[in-house]
Design a protein around this ligand. Structure first.
Ligand code: NOJ
Length: 785
């Protein structure tokens, strides 16, 4: 079914929370004596509200630290108020929600992913949460008519290797969120792409901890500079969708710290997210949201994290264990099996199984974060978004993250055609309607005349437990404008025709009479399920091969969630990896195809030649992946032993001496670069300097990547530089290397250890290309985690 749906944007006013502004000397509350017949309050937290001082509230003093301000509020809080802040609601009134629910969320922003009531008496606003990986989401169209700018996928943003674009995207999301009334963004996806078939690979920032950490951290920083909270998620090792709510990611501490946890650590350092969302899965058999190791030891202990931990929706499994092991807020209790942080938590605190100080710590973390991020001093106020400015942000991102993978005989940019009545045939991929987006809770309803298609997921149909083929259906959203429209606008001199590609014979007939053919190929992915394999679904491979046989001037534009196989690669003239390019993706594609933009994206993820090259040729637990059972997570629990350890993606390929289809870091340009003059100085720290030179004929952005191989280890990315160079221009760059990137984690000694020895340092255009190399002696050192 193919339906055109136009959405209108609706805005309403949000009540701003009043806050007395003036500072005054701190007045500590005197708990009101318990009156005869009133319940005895549990130690310290009064059952009845202590009277507030007259005049400005003590915590309105902006000169105090966030911690001091939170302490002041807490001194006036009742036990019920404390419990109010640690338990959230789904901000949507679905019929299946518990009785009395609608009354509780009456004040929620309609269609919010999560809502935590505020405490108006104390000037504490509600937390209004929206998903926000790629824009202010409106999954399942929960807020009818509410559109937002759809950024490209986070994987595309990682492919820009340009943290400032991630920051700009985050700031754009933060601004739109404020204008829509949200003050918490469920953003910052940074799970490493251990599973290239993963349904949410598009929401994450690739396979390398440094690149992913910087990309996600900068996006978070951008969001929070708009005075709202961003999460980082999903903590941790939620690296596949299959069985995501039951599977256990089994991995030794050291390997986790050097890979997935390092990505979180770096992102937290860059972005200082106000909240961490613990994930659905188990880690070494213990659920993430009640995982003492992950939440108390690593996050709050080793990393000194001061924000709060909120659960993923339905990821809580206990009251006492969850609270004591580090969970600070149950996000949407109606998604959990039980109301764990409701009455049950109050009882546990009264019984002392959850210490009172722990509840106060939970509350403190939430309140201090609200002060620290500006939610109290700069409350959100609804107003129309600035779509034009925001669309430009999305376009700049797309223009730098689209990767040119092949360009035989300089087929691109399409300049040779600049003569009247040349024929361009555009085939497939709904290119007459829009560009593909990934699905799930991150789904944005984009600006413009969007297209929503009810689809069945492509690929192999698996048998469900009842032996009937069960295929997840869903709504696939195509972001406007359409590539067909932008290509026509870009090449008004040409005769551009579109054909949907449904009949291969017809497509080849058109290709034969065309000067150039552009085939749009798609792989739709979504939260909740993984694709069965890396092949393009349906008959797209066959279509591309046949069209390329008919006309070697065939350009393939890929719109996909993660890596795909390309059995037709040798036949086609050019391949442009456009990922899910967002609300101005079609403009970016057209400008790259015709040379207004010189492509500068580099792969943030390895493209394998086939699934047998992966650590797990078949996705564990995938036998049920296409059944509803698997989608809803009622999979029987199973374990995945992450045998590759810290060798995720290209590190696995290097360790196993495998040659991928396209290596991590790869990408072409319309100009040529030369990197050299490498000097690496060792000792206690590593500093690397090198020259980047444009030896081609047009301006372009080069991305020089530096990898280091510790003695007996595997090469890892230790830094990069992306610079814009005019023809003939040379730039010398110096990078100071974070010693953790050279180190291994010593679990027994509980520290990072840099081994003494000779480290191979290489400079190149990708993880597989070496422009220059050096060997440098590094002395032994240790770093506290
Ligand atoms: C579940 C998803 O895993 C998470 O990313 C999202 O933020 C929540 N649902 C809320 O929609």
């Amino acid at each position: 079914m193919n339906g055109k749906v136009a959405f209108a944007v609706a805005f309403s006013l949000l009540a701003a929370f009043p806050m007395a502004a003036l500072a005054q000397p701190q007045v500590l509350p005197q708990p009101r004596p318990v009156q005869p017949g009133e319940p005895q309050p549990v130690a310290n937290a009064p059952a009845l509200p202590p009277p507030l001082p007259s005049g400005p509230l003590p915590w309105s003093d902006k000169s105090l630290t966030a911690d001091a301000r939170a302490d002041l509020v807490q001194a006036y809080m009742t036990r019920d108020e404390e419990l109010t802040l640690v338990r959230g609601y789904f901000g949507v009134n679905y019929p299946w929600l518990p009785k009395g629910y609608s009354e509780a969320i009456r004040k929620a922003l309609p269609g919010s992913a999560g809502y935590i009531p505020g405490i108006p008496r104390l000037g504490i606003p509600a937390l209004s949460e929206s998903d926000a990986s790629l824009g202010v989401a409106n999954g399942r169209h929960m807020r009818p008519g509410d559109q937002a700018v759809a950024l490209p996928s986070s994987l595309l943003t990682a492919a820009t290797w340009n943290g400032s674009l991630a920051y700009a995207g985050g700031a754009m999301i933060g601004a739109e969120a404020r204008y829509k009334g949200f003050n918490v963004m469920l953003a910052g996806g940074v799970d490493l792409a251990r599973e290239p078939r993963g349904g949410r690979t598009f929401e994450y920032a690739g396979e390398d901890p440094l690149l992913a950490g910087v990309t996600a951290g900068e996006a978070i920083r951008g969001i929070q500079d708009m005075h709202i909270i961003s999460t980082i998620k999903h903590f941790a090792l939620n690296d596949q969708e299959t069985g995501r709510t039951t599977m256990s990611a089994n991995i030794p501490d050291a390997a986790a710290r050097e890979s997935d946890l390092l990505a979180f650590e770096i992102a937290i350092e860059h972005g200082d997210p106000g909240a961490v969302m613990c994930s659905y899965n188990r880690i070494n058999t213990v659920y993430a949201c009640e995982n003492d190791y992950l939440l108390n030891k690593v996050l709050k202990g080793d990393w000194g994290y001061k924000g709060f931990v909120l659960s993923d929706w339905g990821a809580v499994h206990s009251t006492v264990d969850a609270a004591n092991n580090g969970l600070d807020q149950e996000s949407s209790y109606s998604h959990d099996q039980e109301d764990y942080f409701g009455e049950a938590l109050g009882q546990a605190v009264a019984a002392g199984t959850v210490p009172q100080v722990r509840l106060q710590d939970m509350v403190h973390r939430i309140l201090r974060t609200m002060f620290a991020k500006g939610l109290i001093d700069q409350p959100v106020v609804k107003k129309p978004i600035d779509a034009k400015t925001d669309l430009d942000v999305a376009q700049r991102d797309a223009e730098e993250g689209i990767v040119l993978l092949k360009n035989a005989q300089d087929l691109l940019p399409i300049t040779f055609l600049k003569r009247p009545s040349r024929r361009i045939t555009i085939i497939g991929g709904y290119a007459d309607l829009g560009v593909l987006s990934g699905s799930g809770s991150s789904q944005v309803i984009p600006i413009g005349d969007t297209q929503a298609l009810e689809v069945l997921a492509g690929g192999a149909v698996q048998m469900g437990s009842d032996q009937k083929p069960q295929i997840p259906s869903g709504t696939l959203i195509l972001d406007p404008p359409s590539p067909y429209a932008t290509i026509r606008a870009q090449a008004p001199w040409a005769r551009a025709v579109f054909y949907d590609g449904s009949e291969i014979a017809k497509a080849t007939a058109l290709a034969r009479v065309s000067d150039v053919v552009i085939v749009f190929a798609q792989q739709w992915t979504s939260e909740g399920w993984d694709v069965p394999d890396l092949s393009l679904p349906g008959n797209q491979d066959e279509l591309i091969a046949a069209v390329a046989d008919a006309n070697p001037r065939t350009i393939v534009v890929l719109e996909n969630g993660g890596p795909v196989l390309m059995p037709w690669l040798n036949k086609v003239g050019a391949v442009l990896e456009a990922w899910y390019p967002g609300n101005r993706g079609a403009n970016a594609i057209a400008r790259i195809l015709f040379g207004d933009v010189n492509p500068s994206g580099r792969l943030p993820i390895t493209f394998p030649q086939n699934e047998s090259q992966l650590p797990r040729p078949v996705i564990p637990g995938h036998y049920l992946a296409y059944s509803r059972i698997a989608l809803e997570g009622a999979h029987s629990p199973f374990d995945i032993d992450y045998v590759e350890g810290a060798n995720v993606g290209y590190k696995w390929f290097k360790a196993k001496k495998l040659t991928p289809l396209f290596p991590f870091g790869f990408g072409l340009s319309y100009t040529d670069f030369e990197f050299g003059g490498l000097s690496a100085t060792g000792g206690a720290t590593l500093n690397v300097s090198f020259d980047m030179r444009n030896i081609g004929k047009r301006e372009g952005k080069a991305t020089a990547q530096v990898y280091a191989t510790p003695p007996g280890g595997v090469a890892r990315l230790i830094g990069w530089s992306k610079v814009d160079l005019k023809p003939g221009e040379t730039r010398r760059v110096t990078l100071a290397v974070d010693p953790r990137l050279l180190a291994s984690f010593d679990t027994d000694a509980h520290l990072w250890r840099v081994a003494e020895g000779e480290y191979a340092v290489t400079l190149g255009e990708s993880s597989a290309e070496v422009s220059a190399g050096a060997s440098v002696h590094i002395t032994a050192s240790t770093i506290k985690p």
